[in-house]
Design a protein around this ligand. Structure first.
Ligand code: KIV
Ligand code: ZN
Length: 388
């Protein structure tokens, strides 16, 4: 395994309340947003994107409330590269102890042609003007090059150089459509690191969407290419197939300490906050979701259960307590073996020897074949019948 002495911080920029809330049906009221913002601050996110203030009076008000309330987290507001957007974002964020204006514009040829009907030079000028204006309100300005994933690297480097000169301090390189492969996204970051003068004084940021299921892999690849911030959402909520899942990137960096990065996240709060987000946004988490899915720490096949019961690390790379999940579960199905059956019966207080289990096991398999899962009440009945 590769080993580095590096121990560098990766900033976690949470956008559950902005990109996450864009999901149809996930709209939150101001109180729900404020509660969630407080939990995200407790979780340890470094920057919290609270909303898009110009988009509605309700969003303005909730960004304003969050800005007034948070104590340690940098509160951020989104804007397009439009004068009014930036001024409204600044007004919403004003009461914050520390705030960031996030502004930007599409840089891919597709965006330039179809969204803006503009030239590359005009886009660069609009980007410069937006950043300069935002700098009048704060010295913490993040610029996003929308659709950077499909922007050619040479032009992207020109845009990024221009906005750094204009005062941008964080450079967001979004893979807006989830198009990139990890090696391409990593190479994009490396290209910027190697070709943009002044980039060493700024932070490069990953903002990945999950259209091809690569958002987590791309974000980690982006960090390996030189980025030091990841933009993400709880449960990977976001437009279409979603954004990078916060819990996943944090645990990848946590598990692979050999990569040499750490975050400020209190991992024990990952499952509680996942449940909270799922509940208030009315978006169920898929059971097989990494880290926070209901089955993330369940074992149901005989081979796995036997190994797990001998030594948990044979089939678990994360201790559920580390991510605030319930204890690992041994689920009984028709694929389960004798050791799992004995374990579950023992948990109910039945001390059976090998011989008893050999007799009970075929009965168990018959029940299991009729049911998706053999539950506690089924075991109680089996044990009661066996006594007779
Ligand atoms: O995906 C994207 O490009 C965005 C930007 C607005 C940052 O969400
Ligand atoms: Zn996005």
């Amino acid at each position: 395994m590769m080993s580095k002495t590096l121990n560098e911080k990766v900033f976690i920029f949470d956008t559950t309340l902005r990109d996450g809330e864009q999901v149809p049906g996930c709209k939150l009221n101001a109180k729900e947003k404020l509660d969630l913002a407080l939990h995200l601050e407790a979780l340890g996110v470094d920057i919290l994107e609270a909303g898009f203030p110009v988009s509605s009076p309700g969003d303005f008000e909730s960004v304003h409330q969050i800005a007034k309330t948070l104590k340690n987290t940098v509160v951020c507001g989104l804007s397009r590269a439009v004068k009014n957007d930036i001024e409204v974002a600044a007004a919403a964020l004003k009461p914050a102890k520390r705030f960031r204006i996030h502004t930007g514009i599409g840089t891919s040829d597709l965006h330039i042609k179809y969204k803006f009907n503009a030239t590359r030079e005009e886009i660069i000028q609009r980007a410069i003007d937006a950043v300069k204006l935002a700098r009048n309100f704060t010295d913490d300005v993040e610029f996003y090059a929308e659709d950077a994933g499909r922007t050619d690297n040479e032009f992207l480097a020109r845009v990024i150089e221009a906005v750094i000169k204009a005062g941008a301090t964080t450079l967001n390189i979004p893979d807006t459509t989830g198009y990139c492969l990890p090696y391409q996204y990593q190479a994009k970051m490396e290209y910027l690191v190697n070709h943009v003068p002044g980039i060493e004084k700024t932070i490069l940021s990953c903002h990945c969407h999950n259209d091809l299921g690569l958002a987590t892999a791309n974000s980690i690849a982006g960090v390996m290419g030189g980025a030091r911030q990841i933009e993400c959402t709880i449960n990977g909520l976001g437009e279409r197939a979603g954004n990078t899942a916060l819990e996943e990137v944090v645990m990848v960096l946590n598990q692979h300490k050999d990569l040499g990065y750490y975050t400020n996240i209190n991992t024990k709060l990952l499952n509680p906050i996942s449940h909270e987000v799922s509940e208030i946004m009315r978006m169920a988490v898929q059971p097989n979701k990494a880290i926070v899915g209901a089955n993330a720490f369940s074992h149901s096949s005989g081979i796995h259960q036997d190994g797990f019961l001998k030594e948990a690390q044979t089939y678990e790379i994360i201790n559920p307590a580390e991510v605030g999940a319930e204890d690992s579960k041994i689920v009984l199905t028709a694929r389960s073996g004798r050791s799992a059956l004995a374990h579950r019966l023992q948990k109910l207080g039945f001390q059976y020897d090998r011989n008893d289990i050999d007799i009970l096991y075929p009965i168990f398999v018959q029940v299991a074949d009729q049911k998706k899962e053999v539950k506690e009440e089924d075991l109680q009945k089996m044990a009661a019948d066996y006594k007779k």
